[in-house]
Design a protein around this ligand. Structure first.
Ligand SMILES: Cc1ncc(COP(=O)(O)O)c(C=O)c1O
Length: 469
C-alpha cells in the first residue's frame, strides 16, 4: 500500500512536469503542501521525491525544496523519416518465441501480465459453471458474429469511451491479432502497401510478411505517437491501402496520442477513403485511471477498423478479442468464417459472465496500480544500472518501456543473445521495424511484480549493455 501511494504521488508530479505545468528549474510544491493536497502522509511524499530524484525528474536543493531538473532524462529518439516502401520479413520473432516457452527465464521480453495479477481463479470458476450449464455448449459452432452478451458488453464499454458502437457492430475474434489480420485481408492484397508506426508491434510486421504486404514506416515518438505530418507525406508518395496504429499506450514505445491528433488522424484517413486499423489492447490500462478515447470515437464514416481483446487485462490464453470493422463489416465477417468459422464459445461466455458480475472496473483499477508501480520500479533500476546517456520512455499507461542505449553500447541483438545465456529475455529494437532499424533500442516488459531477481536481471542487462561480459 505504501509503495502504491508513493508511486501515485510520484506519478502526479511527473504528470505535471510532462504537461508543462511545472517547468525545468521551477520549484515543486513543498512536502507539506503536497501531502495536504493529495491527502497522504509527509513520509509518503518524501519517498515519492526520492523516486522522482532517481528517475532524474527533480533535484533537491539544500534548504530550498525540490526543483524540476533542467535536463530530465531524455526520451528515446524517434527514427528519421525515410518513407519508402519496404518488404517485411517475419523471422525476427523466433528468438522471442523460444524464450517465451521457457518458464525459468526472467521475462522482460514478452508483453504479458503476470498471472498473479489476473483473475484467473474466478474466470476458471465461471468457465466451469458455463460448461456445466448446458450440455449443448461446445456441441455446435457458435454462430457468427459471437456470443451476444459479450458483444453487448463490448459495445457498452466502447460507448463509454466515446464510440457510437452497437452490439451488432462487433465481431468476436481469437485475440486482437486475428482481428488485425482479418482487417488487413479485408482492405489489402499481396503487393499492396500499408503505413505502420515505427517502431511498431512485431506481430503486425509478421502479418504483413505473411500477407506479402509492403510497409511504409511512419516515425512515432514515445510521447504522442505517430507523426501525422510524415503520414501526410507518405500518402503523397504511395497508394496506401491502410494505416495500422496503436494510439493508446503503443507497443513498444508506450505513446498516447492526444485527442486532437486522433481526430486529425480519423479525418485524414476518412478524406482519403483509406482504412485505419486501430488496436486498443492497452487502452484500459492508464496509470492515472484517465481512460483515453480510441480513434474510433472520432470516426465519422466507418473508416476506422477497431481491434482489441482482453489479453492484457483478463486472460491472454482465453483468446477473446473483437473487431468493430465499420464499413468493412460484411467483408470481415465473411473472412472470419473462411479462416476460423467461429470463436470458441466457452471462453467468450466465461468472459461475458465475468463482465456481468461487475468486477471488471475494480479489477482494472487494481491492475493499473500494480502496473504503474512495476513500470516505475523498472525505470528506477534502469536509471541506476544502465550506462549513462541511456534514454527511457515515460509511458502513462500499459506496462512496456522503450529504451535507447548510447551509441557506444553493444547492439540490442548482441544484448539479447548475451542476456538469454544468463536467463533473461528482452525484445531487441530491430524486431519492431520492417527494415531492422533501432539497433540500439530494446523493449522491456514490466508485467511481472518487482523482485530481487528482477533487480539483479536489470543490473546484469545494464552491465552487458555497457560491454561487460
Ligand atoms: C499492439 C498489439 N496488438 C495485438 C496484440 C495481440 O493481442 P492478442 O493476444 O489479443 O492477440 C498485442 C500483444 O502483445 C499487441 O501488443
Amino acid at each position: 500500500m505504501k509503495a502504491v501511494l508513493r508511486e501515485r504521488v510520484a506519478r502526479h508530479v511527473a504528470a505535471l512536469i510532462e504537461a508543462g505545468a511545472l517547468r525545468p528549474g521551477q520549484r515543486v510544491l513543498s512536502v507539506r503542501e503536497l501531502a495536504r493536497q493529495l491527502s497522504v502522509s509527509t513520509a509518503t511524499v518524501v519517498d515519492a521525491f526520492s523516486l522522482l530524484e532517481a528517475r532524474g525528474l527533480v533535484e533537491a536543493r539544500a534548504r530550498s525544496g525540490h526543483y524540476v531538473r533542467s535536463e530530465a532524462p531524455e526520451r528515446p529518439r524517434a527514427m528519421r523519416a525515410r518513407l519508402d516502401s519496404v518488404p517485411v520479413s517475419g523471422d525476427r520473432m523466433r528468438g522471442l518465441f523460444r524464450s517465451m516457452r521457457d518458464r525459468s527465464i526472467v521475462p522482460f521480453g514478452a508483453s504479458s501480465v503476470s498471472p498473479g495479477l489476473l483473475p484467473t481463479e474466478r474466470l476458471g470458476h465461471l468457465a466451469g459453471l458455463v460448461a456445466r450449464s448446458s450440455a449443448a455448449i461446445g456441441a455446435s459452432y457458435d454462430p457468427l458474429p459471437g456470443v451476444a452478451t459479450l458483444r453487448a458488453h463490448v459495445a457498452r464499454r466502447a460507448t463509454r469511451h466515446g464510440c457510437a458502437t452497437r452490439p451488432e457492430d462487433v465481431i468476436v475474434t481469437v485475440g486482437a491479432i486475428e482481428a488485425i489480420g482479418l482487417c488487413l485481408r479485408a482492405v489489402a492484397r499481396a503487393g499492396d502497401t500499408v503505413a505502420v508506426e515505427s517502431p511498431t508491434y512485431f506481430g503486425v510486421l509478421a502479418l504483413l510478411a505473411e500477407l506479402g504486404l509492403q510497409a511504409v514506416e511512419i516515425p512515432s515518438d514515445s510521447a504522442d505517437g505517430m507523426k501525422l505530418d510524415a503520414l501526410a507525406i507518405a500518402f503523397e508518395r504511395h497508394d496506401l491501402k491502410a494505416c495500422v496504429a496503436v494510439p493508446n499506450f503503443s507497443n513498444p514505445c508506450g505513446a498516447r496520442m492526444p485527442d486532437d491528433a486522433k481526430e486529425k488522424l480519423a479525418s485524414m484517413l476518412g478524406q482519403r477513403r483509406v482504412a485505419l486499423i486501430e488496436t486498443d489492447v492497452y487502452g484500459d490500462l492508464p496509470h492515472d485511471d484517465d481512460r483515453p478515447r480510441p480513434v474510433k470515437a472520432f470516426d465519422r464514416d466507418g473508416w476506422v477498423m477497431h481491434c482489441s481483446s482482453f489479453s492484457k487485462t483478463l486472460a491472454p490464453g482465453y483468446r477473446v478479442g473483437w473487431v468493430v470493422p465499420g464499413r468493412f463489416y460484411d467483408r470481415v465477417e465473411e473472412l472470419k468464417f473462411v479462416h476460423t468459422v467461429a470463436s470458441p464459445t466457452i471462453t467468450q461466455m466465461a468472459v461475458a459472465a465475468f463482465l456481468d458480475s461487475g468486477g471488471y472496473e475494480r479489477h482494472l483499477r487494481k491492475l493499473r496500480r500494480a502496473l504503474s508501480s512495476q513500470v516505475g520500479a523498472v525505470q528506477d533500476a534502469v536509471a541506476r544500472y544502465f550506462p549513462r546517456g541511456t534514454r527511457v520512455s515515460r509511458p502513462r499507461g500499459g506496462f512496456l518501456l522503450w529504451i535507447q542505449l548510447p551509441d557506444r553500447c553493444v547492439s540490442a541483438i548482441a544484448l539479447q543473445r548475451a542476456a538469454l545465456e544468463r536467463g533473461i529475455s528482452i525484445a531487441p529494437g530491430p524486431m519492431f521495424s520492417a527494415r531492422g532499424s533501432f539497433q540500439r533500442f530494446l523493449r522491456l516488459s514490466c508485467g511481472h511484480p518487482w523482485s530481487e531477481a528482477a533487480e539483479r536481471a536489470i543490473e546484469t542487462l545494464g552491465k552487458l549493455a555497457g560491454g561487460d561480459s
